[in-house]
Design a binder for this molecule. Structure first.
Ligand code: GLU
Length: 462
């Protein structure tokens, strides 16, 4: 069987993790079956839809590696096709013109029935006179149940009386979402409709339209909604973090993909980073759990850190070289110390902007006098002398580590006294990357400058 899935967002906001996870599951299922993953913009709400949001969604999907097969379709391009399908429904006796005034919650049965069972002559006369009308679906009536099947939930039943004669097209002729989706999914041979469970109430109505038109119904797969920490639906409107902002913060896209795959799919690896295509090989839509997953930034950070560790330190160095202080005198191999510093900082960063901040902080000289008292022991003077005798070309973290170790031993100093004091002098912060590495990256001139800069200023020894 050929599998075609689709992602059908309304371009009314930025893509967030919930929507992107729906796209991902559709992509994974299509690719798992060597099928096609289609993209369709449901832009019939002209007031809220925009080309900017379409462009942003396309960029986000491309960045995530969730690439649609073929060009994106757009509902506003398909008006003629919807009219044709509406005409067919009218011809088959499944649609009728209703003259009731538009109401938010639809029209109650007895009122709709007045239009549904109106003599045809009267209907034709009122339509010809220019009176406003919408087109409603003539849903089956009676006390029975309507049964439809969801892949994850099995057979579901709703009372026929609860379905009602829903609107297919508004009085301006524009199709409703309920109807347009059916025509689109049929025309594009969509075999699996994988979407959020909030669409479950629409499904019996849509299936009725399929049946009325004699079209084959796709397989329905309603996946649980991603919730926020307050257990509300994660939505663009509830301020969910957009995929675009993760991209701007320099998250590796595989981190998002790997994390999103775990939202309801127990088979997704929890301790490895994979791209969408690698995940597709093992994906099974039937094993998606019905429990609503909660978006957990901490867990996402875990994936971010794993993915950051997969990046090449060399390429990160070329990206962030400008953040390192320029040493006036060079050094033995300053780039290898810079790369080592990146390697030190990387494991605690979930995205590039965190790494950028950490590199910046490693060299940001905070005021040491706020952080702790200065050292004024005699050894401090001697250490300055020892360090100033190191030739600039021998200035590298490996040598500095040995020099500091030798100095500590010779003077019988406690590590805390030497390293902490040095760290405070050089960075103003009592923790961070190994101090020899920081000194290697600073270079001799900058290090000596920092060690000496406060001599006159504060009258301290180091
Ligand atoms: N346009 C709908 C939405 O953004 C999706 C409709 C569907 O998947 O059938 O929620």
């Amino acid at each position: 069987m050929i599998v075609n899935t689709r992602f059908a967002p309304s371009p009314t906001g930025l893509l967030h993790v919930g929507g992107a996870r729906t796209a991902l599951f559709n992509y994974l299922w299509a690719k798992r079956n060597c099928g096609r993953f289609l993209l369709r913009f449901e832009d019939t709400d002209r007031a809220r839809s925009s080309a900017e949001f379409e462009g942003a969604m396309l960029r986000d999907l491309e960045w995530l590696g969730i690439l649609p097969d073929g060009d994106a379709a757009r509902q506003t391009d398909r008006a003629a096709r919807y009219s044709e399908a509406l005409a067919e429904l009218c011809r088959l006796g499944f649609a009728y013109a209703c003259f009731c005034p538009p109401e938010e919650g639809g029209v109650t049965r007895p009122r709709a029935d007045k239009c549904r069972f109106m003599p045809e002559g009267e209907r034709a006369r009122r339509m010809a006179s220019g009176e406003h009308f919408c087109l409603r679906f003539a849903a089956p009536q009676g006390d029975g149940d309507f049964i439809f099947r969801d892949r994850l939930r099995g057979d579901l039943s709703v009372k026929l009386s609860s379905i009602g004669d829903f609107v297919l097209a508004r009085s301006d002729g524009s199709p409703t979402y309920l109807f347009a989706v059916v025509v689109d999914d049929h025309d594009f041979n969509v075999t699996h409709v994988i979407r959020g469970e909030e669409h479950l109430p629409n499904t019996p109505k849509q299936e009725l339209v399929y049946r009325a038109l004699g079209w084959e119904t796709p397989e329905w797969v309603h996946i649980p909604m991603v919730l926020d920490s307050g257990r509300h639906k994660l939505s663009k409107r509830s301020g969910a973090i957009s995929v675009a902002s993760y991209r701007e913060d320099g998250w590796p896209p595989e981190a998002l993909v790997s994390y999103m795959a775990t939202l309801s799919w127990a088979g997704a690896p929890d301790d490895a980073i994979s791209g969408a295509d690698a995940l597709a090989a093992a994906f099974d839509i039937g094993s998606v759990s019905l429990d609503s997953p909660v978006h957990d930034q901490e867990r996402m950070n875990h994936f971010g850190k794993m993915a950051m560790r997969c990046l090449s330190v060399e390429s990160l160095l070329s990206e962030f070289r400008a953040l390192f202080p320029e040493p006036p005198d060079g050094g033995a191999d300053i780039d290898s110390d810079r790369a080592a510093l990146i390697g030190e900082l990387l494991p605690s960063c979930a995205c590039k902007s965190e790494l950028e901040r950490s590199i910046g902080e490693a060299f940001l000289l905070r005021d040491p006098h706020e952080q702790g008292g200065p050292a004024d022991e005699a050894w401090a003077r001697d250490l300055r002398e020892t360090l100033s005798s190191v030739a600039p070309e021998a200035w590298c973290s490996e040598n500095l580590k040995n020099i500091l170790r030798g100095f500590q031993k010779e003077r019988g100093l406690k590590g805390k006294d030497l390293y902490h004091c040095l760290r405070m002098r050089l960075t103003g912060v009592g923790h961070g990357a190994p101090i020899a590495l920081v000194m290697g990256c600073l270079g001799k001139g900058n290090t000596m400058g920092r060690l000496g800069s406060r001599v006159e200023e504060k009258g301290v020894t180091l």
